[in-house]
Design a protein around this ligand. Structure first.
Ligand code: SF4
Ligand code: SF4
Ligand code: SF4
Length: 377
């Protein structure tokens, strides 16, 4: 960055790197510009236009995500014109689908009445499953967009629940294209794309088949990218929306890559897993196991104590009993058959530290180099 690339945003004298967009410069300098279709690392398309800004000398606001910064540009990120355009975009999005979270129009005392009206209006008992966690809803609040009185357009595409991981609710889709970018440019899977045209436009999998009949590998990258309630994990319709979710950062236990996760926990139960953001080694991505494979955590079938086989039957035991038995048996085999008759299989699902201790134990205590791992353990 040099002072040869000056740009002014909201009266702040700033500088840009060649190749940066207006949005890049604003974000780097902590200036808020809202986005919906923009996905970090993907080619900007300017589809939703919520990131419009006013450029001095231009007649119309321009999308900041796809407009290159240029020398001596003077930008207004929240002028009256910009705010009006953003409000109009939000209003159009809210009125072109089933966006039944709009409690902002009501006094909290009318909440019950609101719920009744929602039930009446969309014919279901389901408020949006991402209520409170939706970028469009946040922006509607921020820009004070009301939806009361707006005509409600019906969606012709039914909700898809044909797989055990992802629900596709086309009625809440704002056609921002983030899911397509996430699938194509981040995961390089190319399972989904825009299909049809005009008011029939829809995100399709393959030749408009269900996700399970397409090339989808259920990595869930599209779910993480979706800014609204159009793509949600399968269990989300049961989620208790009004209970606070505790967020806990942890490491995925399925393999040795060590992807960083954020657990969403309600009443001591995991209700959703997100990636932990732009941190190594996964930088926001997860595979199907890391994102959806957490049922085992609260499974009633999970072992909670060691088991020892007695008279042909497995019986619960204490750790002291189990460890004493293992030490005794290993000692006997070592003495009678030699160290190299023993071997240790560890697991790619344990931590590096556990595997290190296992090899140390194998070599230093059992006195053999027979140590390996089995990915299926
Ligand atoms: S997707 Fe967002 S804006 Fe639409 S109903 Fe759900 S919470 Fe509201
Ligand atoms: S789950 Fe993964 S592969 Fe399937 S559509 Fe979403 S991003 Fe593409
Ligand atoms: S499914 Fe979500 S991410 Fe994909 S286009 Fe619709 S709103 Fe955007």
């Amino acid at each position: 960055m040099t002072d040869q690339n000056p740009i002014v945003i909201d009266n702040h004298q700033l500088f840009f790197h060649p190749g940066e967009t207006i949005l890049d410069v604003a974000l780097r300098n902590h200036i808020f510009i809202p986005t919906l279709c923009h996905l970090k690392g993907a080619i900007p398309t300017g589809t939703c236009r919520i990131c419009v800004v006013e450029v001095k000398g231009e007649n119309e606001p321009v999308p900041s995500c796809s407009t290159a910064a240029a020398s001596n540009m003077v930008i207004y990120s929240e002028s009256k014109k910009v705010i009006e355009e953003r409000r109009s975009i939000i209003r159009t999005m809210l009125s072109s689908g089933n966006h039944n979270c709009a409690i902002r129009d009501f006094d909290p005392k009318e909440w019950t009445q609101f719920q009744l009206e929602v039930l009446e209006e969309d014919g279901t008992n389901e408020l949006c499953p991402v209520w409170g966690e939706c970028r469009l809803q946040d922006l509607a609040y921020r820009y004070q967009v009301k939806t009361r009185g707006l005509p409600l357009s019906r969606c012709k595409y039914p909700m898809e629940k044909a797989n055990p991981f992802i629900i596709r609710d086309f009625s809440r889709c704002i056609l921002c294209g983030r899911c397509v970018k996430a699938c194509r440019e981040v995961q390089v899977n190319n399972a989904i794309d825009f299909g049809y045209s005009g008011s029939d436009t829809k995100i399709v999998a393959g030749s408009d088949v269900t996700l399970k009949d397409s090339d989808c590998v259920f990595c869930g990258e599209c779910v993480e990218a979706c800014p609204v309630g159009a793509l949600v994990p399968d269990n989300f319709l049961e989620k208790k929306r009004f209970e606070k979710t505790r967020k806990i950062r942890t490491t995925c236990s399925f393999c040795g890559v060590g992807c960083q996760l954020e657990l969403n926990v309600q009443k001591n139960k995991i209700v959703k897993i997100n990636s932990a953001g732009d941190v190594a080694p996964n930088h926001g991505s997860l595979c199907v196991k890391g994102r959806f494979g957490y049922d085992f955590v609260s499974s009633p079938e999970r072992l909670t104590s060691p088991m020892i086989k007695k008279n042909g039957r497995l019986e619960g035991a204490t750790w002291d009993e189990a460890l004493d038995l293992i030490a005794e048996k290993l000692g006997q085999i070592k003495e009678t058959s030699g160290s190299d008759s023993l071997g240790v299989l560890t697991s790619a699902r344990t931590t590096n530290e556990d595997n290190y201790i296992a090899q140390k134990f194998t070599r230093a205590v059992l006195k053999t180099n027979n140590i390996d791992h089995c990915a299926r353990l």
